[in-house]
Design a protein around this ligand. Sequence first.
Ligand code: ATP
Length: 325
Amino acid sequence: MICLGIESTSHTFGCGIVSSKKKILSDTRDMLKTEKGGIIPIDAAKHHRKVGKRIIEEAILKAKYPKIDLISFSRSPGLPPSLHEGRKIALEFGKEMNLPIIGVNHVASHLSSAHFHTKVKDPIYLFVSGANTQILILENKRFHQVGESLDLAIGNALDKFAREIGLGFPGGPKIEELAKKGSYSELPYIVKGMDLSFSGIITKAADLLMKGNKKEDLCFSLQETCFSMLTEVSERAMANCGKKELVLIGGVAANRRLREMLTIMCNERKAKFYSVPLEYSGDHGAMIAYQGILEYNSGSKIKTDVSPYERVEEIEVTWKYLEHF
Ligand code: ATP
């Protein structure tokens, strides 16, 4: 089976073509970026309408015009205008090609991408993106959250600080660059059991900026502090849940310092650390296509509406990662 997946939950319009032989035939995307300020939802939807057709055509061309059997799109959760635009494009394309369509959960797709790209079996999932900071496990056919950010997600926190220092969106990669030239200044460290809080740290960093601290030092300190917190809760989750594997997913997984800290922690406790390849850590279409194949073949209820607030814990995991291929 070959599935064409459309991602459109937020800033990125992506199209991936994946075969059930676990092969990515193509993955094309266009991300809305800004020089200053964040993403305005209606602008993201306009962006998707503008680039959608071209990105799909490029994916089909790169995959050498395969025989597509199924179309999937991200129906939840996300910015409502972006989700609606993506759905509209998927339905238009499905009608034109006379193909079945399935809507999937974007977070479940990120988590499934860990199983697509790595040999992980029964991990703690550390999902760190613009909109999410979640520590999860998969048990009894459900993803269960065992920890989360109580306020801002880590990606949003980094993007917010990037805006404070006049960098555009996405801020995470720019902070990573500046951090290479910085040294440590103390910032609050806020872990409450299995949960974390980032907003006070951003307020303090912004305050130190006003007081004349160097941008580079604040970027370095922000990474050291926030990533240590993520490492601490991941380790606690592994100990509490008796897991010997950790897998890192989501846009912030592209950060080399975060990967380094988690690798050291896992090595020290003789556990295995996995992360998705850099180019597949953020939002993209191939993960939506893979999720479409998983759900379509396992008899999940086919949904084609949009559900901006659906949580991944609500999804019944009808599919099996290990036996599917
Ligand atoms: P979600 O996937 O939960 O809907 P999203 O669509 O915003 O959220 P992604 O595309 O997965 O998320 O990730 C985007 C986020 O990743 C942005 O906040 C961006 O700043 C961050 N990011 C990307 N690269 C890096 C990096 N090298 N270091 C830190 N953060 C990064």
